[in-house]
Write a protein that binds this ligand. Sequence first.
Ligand code: SF4
Length: 416
Amino acid sequence: MTVKPRRQMSVQFSGGEPTLSPYFLDSIRYARDIGYFAVQTATNGLRFAEEPGFAQQAKDAGLRMAYLQFDGVTNEKNAHRKIGNLFDVKLRAIEELAKVGIDVILVVTIVNGVNNDQVGDILKFAIENADKITVVSFQPVSFTGRDEDIDDESREKQRYTLSHLAHDVKNQLGVSEPMRDWFPLSALGPFSDLVDHLLGKDADWGSMKCGCHPNCGVGTIFMVNKQTKEMVPLTAFLDLEGLLSDIGSITDASQGKAITIAELSMSLLKNYRPESAPKGYKFADLLKQLLSQTGARGGKIGDYEDDAVEFPWRVLFVAGMWFQDLFNYDFRRTEMCIIPYGTQMGEISFCAYNTGVGWRNIVEKMLANASVADWYRKHGRHPVYAKGQDLELPEYFNPITAKIDGQPIKLKVLNG
Ligand code: SF4
């Protein structure tokens, strides 16, 4: 299969655990070779922690972001994954990924009454280690697969929505306002249009654009000072609604680049509230960081992909995506899906692929070229971790530098 993209998209390799595939590095290389710049992998982090040098190989192949499954900030809060020292393992993975410049995105599945009390602690961890972690993505539980058999009472108790998330962030962190600071992901669309306009019609690539249904995804942006760990919601000092509305008009006016940038600067000044901005925060950095996040800084997309080190303030994006299940399925959401699987049958919405009978079962059966047993015979069986045993890690010479409450973290396995 060959792909020739024109608009930038995030390409994410998922699984199972994609790092187990013998084609993992080649796939990343291919995605970069054909021009995608936001190349990501979903991962449990085990291989990055267990194999010294693997993060560097992934970086050299072109991996930009790791979506790291992350359930809580202690080994106990990760115990349900059946590895006794799983939090320590995640810390080592984060260390190795960050060391080579791969952005770490913490991905947290939230179940009401099970781990929603971890929202604040996970965000505090991300803020404190904002030099390594750029995004926290919360994914409220979706009752699919074997969870479809859940009884009504348990389902209602465990149901968690994006509104719960916005309120838990405020209640547990003591910062942010649900009605002021959270936006549908698609609200950023005008910004992509502006970037397209600035790059011009002859650009090799269109910018990334996210147009999902407002019930699917929401996000908020915190600015975090790398030194002091001070954290302020961007929308506390920037009227984002006003800015996005201005950007729509500026792009529609379709003026030349110099006038467009002058109009944009005026709009930013109009919507910027310096009295609420953190001390020492520079307006110019805000502009550069926003352009960099969309890949539009410089002459072409991706020119400044490693520029985060330049800024004293880091952007921490907190997002939520509420994957559907059969109890709340909405075809309008599926039609607007921004997370399609690329399959031999064409693009299929993530929710349509995984929910109910699901396209996954159809596509995987139609195109299977080996049974699991055949695969194990040919490639060997990957290790299975169970019974809460600790995972032994190799000896590393660089220590874990992530901290909690300003203190180094005491690891369970000393050589980890
Ligand atoms: S995967 Fe697609 S349809 Fe499902 S919640 Fe996300 S954007 Fe919506």
